[in-house]
Design a binder for this molecule. Sequence first.
Ligand code: SF4
Ligand code: SF4
Length: 351
Amino acid sequence: MIQIIQDGFNDIFSRFFRLRPIRLVLYITHRCNSRCIMCSIWKEKVEKELFFDDYKMLFSNDFLKRIRYVTISGGEACLRNDLAEIIGLLIKNNPKIKKINLATNALNPNLTTPQIKKVGEVLKDKNIKFVIQISVDALDETDDKIRGISNASSKILLTIDQLKDMQKIYPFLKLSLVCLIQPLNITKLDSMLNYFLKENVDFLFTVVTYSKSYYENLDTDAIRFNNTQRGIAIKFLEKLSLNNSYNIGKRFLYYELAEMLKGKKQKRGCPMLRENLALESDGRVIPCINTEPLFYGNIKDNSLSRIWRNRKTRDTIFQIRKEFCPNCMSACGISILNVSWFWLKSFLKDF
Ligand code: SF4
Ligand code: SF4
């Protein structure tokens, strides 16, 4: 509860003052072992990646001392051999960290499971929640088409089983399954929901996003909804948003995504530009992945505090709020204030 109040105050004050970030997002590699239809990262020739010593210098920076939440992603984050060491360094230098999310495609159980085990050892007895976010978009050959990998879903399900076993050793390890709604799986959404409920795990539905630079998927016709598919997605999301048994933040997200699919503008009050420091694998500090190639600066050329507060950053934020945020369907963040407003409206309606 204290944490929610603290985050709420941060949400309010960060609207008026450029406070130091409380969330850190690390895209630690662009290498990926998947071949997803909605993303082109795997086609990149990765040349520049921060070294362990770069992270060592970064994490010892006092500028990051307010960080409470960390997300680690890629590419496929588990492809970094030094993943556990990077996390170890991070928590050693930043004692306020309460939660670490790690996103993985889970397509290779022989890669993901041992990597998570190593991180589990590092986080043991540290009182930090460790959430593994796994993408599961379908449970049959549809997932092969989405991932571009044969037997994709059976590989992912095997990884999930192994991680569930691991929870007996590391009870602080939690699973969160994410289904990306897109044309290819539009007829599978109810079966995905039933699967998540049967597995009794945390889950989230998001909607495919289009980006010029990060996913490089603007020209991929297979991920564009036709009217019928859009209608199915809207109905499904509305159904989720009305379900009182789900977390209010998620219900707000589902409501918002459904409204945006109908053509409305974003109202989540996404805190990415105010509270998050997002670092690309080559050292660029970026506003968020949806706005690449825009970036604030590079930690190799400038100090974090200068990058966070300089004129270029202010101008970039202004540009993003105007040009990108109103139509952004990414589930990157939701303002606590906006969720509270949504809760109040739902409460009064039910009353
Ligand atoms: S969406 Fe994720 S798993 Fe798929 S290719 Fe891109 S980075 Fe890899
Ligand atoms: S709304 Fe979208 S584009 Fe805007 S900051 Fe958030 S994630 Fe980025």
